[in-house]
Design a protein. Structure first.
Length: 326
């Protein structure tokens, strides 16, 4: 049986983070559309693809600008949204490094498409796989040098993970896809990557951790049958990947945004799940969090108070869990 943390364990800072990190500003939509229409990439498409892309670009302001769509809204039904996403993706499939600016404009539009309420699971996962192949540091077939492009691709991926569609379909996503997504995010979060890319990847992992914590109770009710049990095991493997990977280098983290998100991710994953706290305690990571807490007291600037508070709460979570096990 699972041992729940004591009722008097208070984590107000951790608990205050309840919403996904979403990039939903629409101010640049018209600018992006004009840049794509007048750019070089569209000239390299077939006549049919060019026509389809222009038609989709023309309707995007209406999709983004007039509130939430409904199933009965013909401009926002699942099939129509899927079609527009596919048309926008034409440009991403052009294997030309000098088109990175125009691809970035396309990604700025795709990040908003990922937030549409009628994005179905197939469109979401297909698009995410395409974006992962574009930015995964381990992928040698389509290397992307542009930091801005890679950062925006991770921003679109983060929006996808923070979307309602991803949360609703999490239990049914392929195990390999979820693992690939997390592995690519962890690679993008490594210290050798540009700060913009690291921050975007950390945002994705935060959204993922938030959904896992939200779905904990709902997931118990939904996960039935051998397929879902198998997926449950995959989620456990994913948890280990994230928890160990982030805890291992938390003391060396120098970027305040990434440090804050790392602590939030670890906190969300450990707050309600005994196995997570046991794993970190057994591996001795409480010392790392103590070091972050003490270091934040002395030297950190910027958002240091949040880092200090989160590290303090994380130490409390692990301490209480250890006492209960003892």
């Amino acid at each position: 049986p699972h041992t729940k943390p004591k009722k008097d364990l208070k984590t107000p800072i951790l608990d205050s983070y309840k919403q996904p990190l979403l990039s939903n500003d629409t101010k640049m939509v018209d600018h992006c559309i004009q840049k794509v229409k007048n750019g070089n990439a569209i000239k390299l498409l077939s006549p049919t693809q060019k026509q389809q892309l222009v038609e989709s670009l023309d309707v995007l302001p209406g999709i983004f600008g007039n509130g939430k769509g409904t199933v009965g809204d013909s401009t926002k039904d699942c099939q129509t949204i899927a079609m527009h996403v596919e048309h926008l993706s034409f440009v991403l499939q052009l294997d030309k490094e000098h088109l990175s600016t125009e691809k970035t404009f396309i990604l700025m539009l795709l990040r908003l498409m990922m937030l549409q309420p009628n994005v179905d699971a197939n469109t979401l996962t297909h698009t995410m796989k395409r974006l992962i192949s574009l930015v995964d540091p381990k992928n040698d077939t389509t290397p992307t040098k542009s930091t801005t492009l890679r950062s925006m691709a991770w921003c679109a991926l983060s929006n996808a993970v923070g979307s309602l569609s991803f949360e609703q379909n999490l239990c049914y996503l392929e195990d390999d896809f979820v693992q690939t997504l997390v592995d690519a995010s962890m690679a993008a979060l490594s210290f050798g990557q540009p700060t913009q890319v690291r921050q975007s990847a950390s945002g994705l992992l935060y959204n993922f951790a938030l959904i896992l914590s939200r779905n904990r109770e709902k997931g118990r009710k939904r996960r039935r049958g051998s397929v879902d049990k198998g997926h449950d095991e995959s989620i456990s493997e994913v948890r280990v990947t994230i928890l160990v990977g982030l805890s291992e280098d938390i003391q060396e983290e120098v970027d305040d945004v990434v440090a804050t998100r790392k602590l939030l991710i670890i906190g969300k994953m450990t707050r309600e799940k005994k196995e997570s706290t046991s794993l970190l305690s057994d591996l001795g990571y409480i010392d790392a969090f103590l070091a972050v807490r003490d270091g934040a007291k002395i030297s950190r600037g910027g958002d240091s108070s949040t880092i200090l508070d989160l590290a303090t709460e994380l130490v409390q979570i692990l301490t209480v869990a250890s006492e209960l096990e003892g």
